[in-house]
Design a protein around this ligand. Structure first.
Ligand SMILES: [Zn+2]
Length: 493
C-alpha cells in the first residue's frame, strides 16, 4: 500500500506500508506493480487515534437504544413520547443518558405510568444507575428470585441470598421501597443485568467498530471494571471476525491478569470504581492496588468528586505508585490534588467532551467551589503530568474530534465558556488521542511524531492540510483510516 501526496510533519511526501508496518517515507516513491495506491491530495496523514477510555459493549448497546436525556430529551412529555412510540427490541425497551433535569428522579411507579406493557430499563447518564418499570422488575426476577431468600427486608436495606459472588454483589444494589418492593432503581448492577437478560440481546460490536473507524480510531482502551476473561474472549472473537478492526487494551478485573495477549489485544490496568457515598476502607483500596501491582498490573481509579480524587491519591501514596497508574476522569481536581498527582507520577485520562456535552448542566449543578477545577487540561499539561483523553462513550459522544474541539474551545452547548484557563491548542488536543499517553514533559512527543519507518501502520488521513484542519477539528475530515496497514474506513477507496 502506497499513500502518496500526503502531508507528514508539514511536508508533502509519500508513505509505504507493508506487513502492517511503515516501511518507507520519502518524497519520491515509485509505485510497485500491483500495489494499492491512495492519493492523499495533500491531506495530512496522522497516526491513528487512540480513545483511551470507553466502554465497547455499552456503546454497542447504546447505538441500538433510545436516547432519554439532554440535549435530545429535556422534558417529561418528551420522555413519555419517545417511550410510548418506541418498538421494543429483543422484547425490551432500553433507554440511556437519563438525567434528573428531564423529569426528576425516576422509579417503577413513574415509569409504569408512562408505559407498562413492555419491560423498560433506562440508564442514568452517570452509568451507575438503572431505572426499571414493573414489567422489567418481573422479567429480571428481582422480587421472586431475591425475595425468597430474603425474608427480612427493611426499608432501603436489601438482604443477601446465596449465589455467585458477583450476584451477591449486585443484589446489594437493588433499592427497596417502604413496602420492601424493588423501587425500580438499581445501583452498579450491570453484572446482574447481564446475567438475567437473555444473550439474544447481546450487542453487536460491528456497529461500534465501523463507527470508530470512521473517526480515525485505530486503538481503544476499554475501561469497564467488570471485564473478565469471558468478555475478553468475546472481544477476541470480534477482532477475529473483523467486527472490531481496532487494536484493544482491556482494563478490568484482577482475574484478567493471566489472559493470553495477542498482537492486537493487550491487558491493561485493573480498574477500580469509587463511589463517594460508599467509599471502601482506605486500607482495602490500598491492598487492592498492591495486589494488582504484585502481578504486574497497573491500576486505574475512577474519580469524579473532590473527595474521591483525594481518597484515590491517598491510597496510591500508601501503596506506592507504579509509573502508568492512572486516575480516570479526575473530573474535579483542586490544585492540591494536582500537586500530589505530580509527586506520585500518576497519569490522568480525562474527558474534555463533557465540557461541551454537559457543561450547561455543570454550571447549574456543580458547586461554585468546585467549578474552577472541572475537567482541567492546561493545568495538568503545564505541570508536566502525563495526560490523555478518552470519550467515555457511551456516556460521552464517541467522536474524539468533538472532544478535541471542546478541549480547544471549552464551549458548552449554549456557547458559554467553561474554564477558559484550561483551553489547549489544537495540537495538544490531538495529542490527547495519540497512541501512547501524551507525556507533556517530553518535547519529542509531538502529536505528529510517531510516523516513522518501522512503526505500526495505524493511520488516519484527513482531507485537508493540518493548517486548515486545526481551525475546525471535525471527524468529517477523516477520509481514510488504516489499522496495521489495512484500510478499515471507508470500506472502498
Ligand atoms: Zn468510563
Amino acid at each position: 500500500m502506497l499513500i502518496h501526496n500526503a502531508e507528514i510533519s508539514s511536508r508533502r511526501t509519500s508513505l509505504r506500508c507493508k506487513n502492517g508496518l511503515i516501511v518507507q517515507i520519502a518524497d519520491q516513491i515509485a509505485i510497485d506493480g500491483g500495489e494499492e495506491v491512495i492519493d492523499a491530495k495533500g491531506g495530512v496523514l496522522l497516526p491513528g487515534l487512540h480513545d483511551h477510555h470507553l466502554h465497547l459493549f455499552s456503546l454497542a448497546a447504546q447505538l441500538a437504544s433510545l436516547n432519554c436525556g439532554p440535549p435530545n430529551i429535556t422534558s417529561h412529555d418528551a420522555l413519555t413520547r419517545v417511550l410510548r412510540e418506541a418498538e421494543p427490541s429483543g422484547g425490551w425497551l432500553r433507554g440511556t443518558g437519563y438525567f434528573e433535569s428531564v423529569a426528576g428522579p425516576l422509579n417503577r411507579n413513574r415509569l409504569d405510568a408512562i408505559r407498562a406493557d413492555v419491560p423498560i430499563r433506562i440508564q442514568h447518564r452517570s452509568g451507575s444507575m438503572w431505572f426499571l418499570n414493573s414489567r422489567a422488575i418481573e422479567a429480571l426476577q428481582l422480587e421472586t428470585r431475591v425475595g425468597e431468600a430474603m425474608p427480612h427486608l427493611v426499608d432501603g436495606r436489601p438482604g443477601r441470598k446465596s449465589g455467585t459472588a458477583r450476584e451477591d454483589n449486585a443484589i446489594e444494589n437493588i433499592e427497596r421501597d417502604a413496602l420492601g418492593r424493588a423501587s425500580g432503581r438499581l445501583f452498579r448492577a450491570d453484572d446482574l443485568l447481564r446475567q438475567r437478560i437473555p444473550a439474544s440481546a447481546a450487542p453487536d460490536l460491528a456497529i461500534v467498530g465501523s463507527r470508530l473507524a470512521r473517526y480515525g480510531v485505530t486503538r481503544v482502551t476499554d475501561a469497564t471494571p467488570t471485564t473478565s476473561p469471558v468478555e475478553a474472549e468475546l472481544f477476541l472473537a470480534a477482532q477475529r471476525s473483523g467486527a472490531l478492526p481496532q487494536r484493544l487494551r482491556l482494563m478490568g478485573r484482577l482475574a484478567l491478569s493471566g489472559f493470553q495477549e495477542t498482537d492486537r489485544l493487550e491487558i491493561g490496568e485493573v480498574k477500580i470504581m469509587l463511589d463517594e457515598p460508599a467509599l471502601p476502607e482506605l486500607d482495602h483500596l490500598t491492598r487492592s492496588i498492591e495486589s494488582a501491582h504484585a502481578v504486574g498490573r497497573r491500576v486505574a481509579i475512577h474519580t469524579v468528586t473532590r473527595t474521591e480524587i483525594h481518597f484515590a491519591l491517598a491510597a496510591f501514596g500508601a501503596a506506592g505508585p507504579l509509573p502508568g497508574d492512572r486516575l480516570e476522569h479526575a473530573s474535579i481536581a483542586p490544585d492540591e490534588a494536582l500537586e500530589r498527582t505530580k509527586q506520585l507520577e500518576i497519569s490522568i485520562v480525562t474527558q474534555p467532551n463533557f465540557v461541551g456535552e454537559r457543561g450547561d448542566d455543570y454550571r447549574e449543578t456543580v458547586g461554585a467551589e468546585d467549578l474552577p477545577w472541572l475537567y482541567r487540561l492546561e493545568s495538568w499539561r503545564k505541570s508536566g503530568i502525563p495526560l490523555a483523553a478518552g470519550t467515555d462513550a457511551p456516556f460521552g459522544d464517541p467522536d474524539p474530534w468533538r472532544a478535541m474541539n471542546a478541549a480547544v474551545t471549552r464551549q458548552t452547548a449554549s456557547g458559554a465558556c467553561l474554564g477558559p484557563n484550561e483551553k489547549v491548542s489544537p495540537e495538544v488536543a490531538l495529542g490527547l488521542f495519540r497512541d501512547q499517553i501524551f507525556d507533556t514533559g517530553q518535547t519529542k512527543n509531538s502529536p505528529f511524531g510517531s510516523l516513522a519507518v518501522g512503526q505500526k501502520a495505524d493511520l488516519c488521513l484527513l482531507n485537508s492540510s493540518w493548517r486548515e484542519a486545526r481551525e475546525e477539528l471535525s471527524s468529517e475530515r477523516v477520509v481514510a483510516t488504516l489499522c496495521a496497514g489495512n484500510v478499515i474506513w471507508p470500506a472502498e477507496i
